[in-house]
Write a protein that binds this ligand. Structure first.
Ligand code: HEC
Ligand code: HEC
Length: 299
């Protein structure tokens, strides 16, 4: 009996040490991924100053998700606060105190938005630059021009805390930094003409891939906390609601966050996309209609 107890204690001891080693490795690997340095060659874009370009830039800033993470005043907002995932806030991107863009040169803006890399070379965490990498030079220039005119607001950013699940997902490569996924050397910014076309829809829909997946089949959102619902299937598969919606249904759903059956969309689906103009929403609908059907979550 004594022997058995001794053996039991020994096994528990070994397990504790093993767990500590795994936890240590996860901690070290996730820190390494977050702290990794990226050297990218940044191609400058023209930053325009005319009123039409500023209005275009404002429209992009307000409809592509920036305000969901950086706040309506662009001075920062909470993105995730969850025991498992940790605490993460979008930083202040106004010229006010608490942010660092007041020191940005134009290429720093391009590096951050298009490449997902900060001026210090660190990959930006959760900032979905893979969705913005293909913004056309004109749209990116207009966006930066507008952001530089946003009134300065001073707001400190709460410290980032990586929760245990975030660390494991980072270690396993389930959460990737945008800087890791973007092919920095072969980036081809789009050259697009706004219009109700599948092509323009594809361009706008790049901003939906972070949650709905690269093939828009929806399913589990890896970067989200466990409380987030699955993203909807946006392809024409039989399990997709969108497959049966008319263009008017789709536009109404985005604008009002209500489905044709009256049910409300979970707030994880960003309301800001509903501020897109008719051309963008119609182009999105045309694009989704053109997609090959894929079962929900089969990415
Ligand atoms: C899903 C949330 C999210 C969205 C959407 C988002 N950002 Fe970010 N952004 C972040 C986070 C978080 C950081 C900070 C990352 C870090 O420090 O590792 C960041 C960093 C930045 C930075 C660098 C700021 C600095 O201090 O280094 C800029 C510039 C920026 N974002 C602009 C934008 C613009 C413009 C858009 C819209 C086109 C946008 N972001 C959309 C979350 C987001
Ligand atoms: C931050 C994550 C996120 C992003 C980004 C996102 N979505 Fe969603 N979306 C969701 C989630 C989650 C749902 C499911 C909501 C629910 O279950 O109530 C959803 C639901 C939808 C629905 C409702 C479909 C249905 O079957 O009920 C449509 C339409 C939709 N999204 C379109 C878009 C479009 C278009 C974009 C890009 C412009 C986009 N989404 C970007 C998370 C996102």
């Amino acid at each position: 009996m004594k022997k058995l107890l001794k053996f039991g204690a020994y096994t528990v001891g070994v397990l504790v040490v093993l767990l500590a080693v795994v936890a240590g490795a996860v901690f070290a690997t996730s820190n390494e991924k977050i702290g990794k340095n990226y050297v990218v060659a940044v191609k400058p874009v023209r930053i325009p100053g005319d009123a039409a370009a500023l209005a275009r830039g404002q429209h992009i800033a307000q409809t592509r998700g920036c305000i969901d993470c950086h706040g309506r005043d662009f001075a920062g907002a909470k993105v995730i606060e969850d025991d498992a995932m940790g605490r993460l806030d979008g930083p202040n991107i106004t010229m006010g105190g608490g942010g660092r863009v007041a020191m940005f040169e134009d290429v720093d803006w391009v590096r951050a938005i298009r490449h997902g890399v900060g001026p210090d070379g660190r990959g930006l965490f959760i900032m979905p630059s893979e969705e913005y990498a293909h913004l056309s030079d004109e749209d990116l220039g207009a966006l930066i021009a507008f952001l530089k005119t946003v009134p300065a607001v001073t707001r400190e950013r709460p410290a980032t805390q990586l929760g245990p699940v975030s660390r494991v997902l980072l270690t396993l490569g389930k959460i990737k930094l945008a800087a890791e996924s973007i092919d920095h050397l072969h980036l081809k910014p789009a050259s697009v003409i706004p219009g109700v076309t599948v092509e323009y829809g594809r361009y706008v829909a790049a901003g939906c891939t972070g949650c709905h997946g690269a093939n828009y089949s929806g399913g589990k959102i890896e970067v989200g906390p466990p409380s987030w619902p699955e993203a909807a299937n946006l392809t024409a598969h039989a399990d997709s609601r969108l497959a049966t919606w008319s263009e008017a249904d789709f536009i109404r759903a985005l604008r009002t966050a209500k489905r044709p059956d009256g049910t409300e969309l979970n707030p994880v689906m960003p309301r800001t996309f509903g501020q897109m103009d008719d051309v963008e929403l119609k182009a999105l609908y045309a694009f989704f209609k053109s997609l090959p059907p894929a079962a929900k979550g089969v990415r």
